[in-house]
Design a protein. Sequence first.
Length: 270
Amino acid sequence: MRIVIQPNYRALSKWVANYVADKINKARPTKDKPFVLGLPTGSSPLGTYEELIQLYKEEQVSLQNVVTFNMDEYVGISEDHPESYHYFMWHNFFNHIDIPRENVNILNGNAADLEKECNDYEEKIKAIGGIDLFLGGIGPDGHIAFNEPGSSLSSHTRVKTLSYDTILANSRFFDNDIKQVPKTALTVGVGTVMDAAEVLIIISGFSKARALRQVVEGGISHMWTVSMMQMHQKAIIACDDHATMELQVETVKYFKDIEKIAGNIIPDLE
């Protein structure tokens, strides 16, 4: 597992956006063989989306031949609701780049048959050949997508009841009224993310420091679902200095030195 540590959130967002753009450009995707990108919502990827939009405007990357699959969506709110993940993605990203509407895939939380919606989503991912790169963020409790603590580490797309902590945390987006927050969501599973060829998890801020410690220095546990990334053959944790505050000093130095050596910069011997 590669750990990339940047000094702040802006630098972290630039690094992730450039990494994603480089992956797309090197793949040279076509309409018949698109680059398949998994995407998250939430505060963690906002900076990355802003940087990718800027790269698109500078003609450094095109998403014309990129197909996306989002991680999750609430059950029971309309797609044009300001807190739906459909609205989030179009408002913050898709409306500002050249991705064709038909290339965007987001779970339908208002489907007549939610289990069928989830199964069809998995089949669509398989039919296109799998996800090339899955971006993700995490919650303070180490969950990825809506795979709350205790979720199966082999889970796939499904209907998930949200924990009280998640509902309470998300109430800030619903006028601080916990009664307005959806209690269930559709989400890709930990296994869905693990099936991707590559996974890149964005972790920023001191509030995520405990989760990062568990992911990097702790063992694999279904109580910290993102810890499963330790088992992925090509996983990257991209974080900022604030998120490393609970890691051991030796751990932080080790991973920073690895990145310097990979960039042909030999660390000072002190």
